[in-house]
Write a protein that binds this ligand. Sequence first.
Ligand code: H2U
Ligand code: ZN
Length: 348
Amino acid sequence: MKSDPLFLSEQPHRRFNPLSGEWVLVSPQRTQRPWLGQVEKTVIERLPAYDPECYLCPGNERAGGARNPAYTHTYVFTNDFSALLPEVPATKYEAHSLLHAKGVPGTCRVICFSPRHDLTLPEMSREEIRGVVDAWSEQSRELGNAYRWVQVFENKGTIMGCSNPHPHGQVWALDALPNEAAKEESHQRAYSAETGRPLLMDYLELEVKLSERVVVENEGWVALAPFWAIWPFEMLLLPRHKVLRLHELEDAERDSLADLLKRLLTRYDNLFEASFPYSMGWHGAPNQEGDFSHWQLHAHFYPPLLRSATVKKFMVGYEMLAEAQRDLTPEQAAGRLRQLPDLHYHQA
Ligand code: H2U
Ligand code: ZN
């Protein structure tokens, strides 16, 4: 196919995701009409700084009877309803090659980002966000000693099924490579074997040169709308220097990550002047013996919103049965996010 500059912005096409090996259908002709700019603004209910009913607030009792300490910064505890349990034997069930299963040990933790019930990451200070980066790193280090995969993530907003507005994330660690990790492992490994370079280092170099999908950047990090993004305002966060795992981030890179998160998440909130929901998480090299130099640490942000604070993109029908599809191109999404101010609308 000829390289036509208008092709990617005007005609239906499929884009390849080299990290997952999957394709996404892009239909830019459906957004040819100019942006109408009209968005419903949601009424913002202000939350209290402390909620006596919240199971994450300092000093409160959780389900099951445990009580949170009067924590003042971040606070990590083992999930009272963990999906994974540490003492599980690696028992195998093999009734047939078509019917097999394996026991998997693991653990789940909850990370409270702040004692304040009413804050979210973009409204926390850079120092406070840096505290969250350190908590993520500590979990990555500690659980990485015991488990092959440590999934650090945040589910934000009721639209994502998050049960509590108190700012928090989770960590699930297990002794196996989950599907998304396994796909990224094999594609990064194959790319490096072929080219001698880490896939995401090459990708970042290309994107920085082209710059049309870059949204925010600083000395340590770049946030961009990946060429193959599925979600309307999906972002990929990449460090400029080679780093395999969260806990291997140096001091300065942690500070610049806090700055990048503050600026990206402020733009997210400013987009529809509402607390912007998403699922985000970190992917780094698995914790096991061997050469993992083909990896590069990165974070994915998958926000479900499309046109306003209330209009969600559904992954149904064609997406469930065939492949992901989007209308708005990643270049358009990046352009819209880039134009937004660095100042949070609550402070404006
Ligand atoms: P969400 O981030 O999806 O809202 O989940 C919060 C987690 O908090 C959820 O995994 C846990 C739930 O199991 N939880 C506790 O560990 N203790 C509690 O008292 C309530 C919720
Ligand atoms: Zn709370």
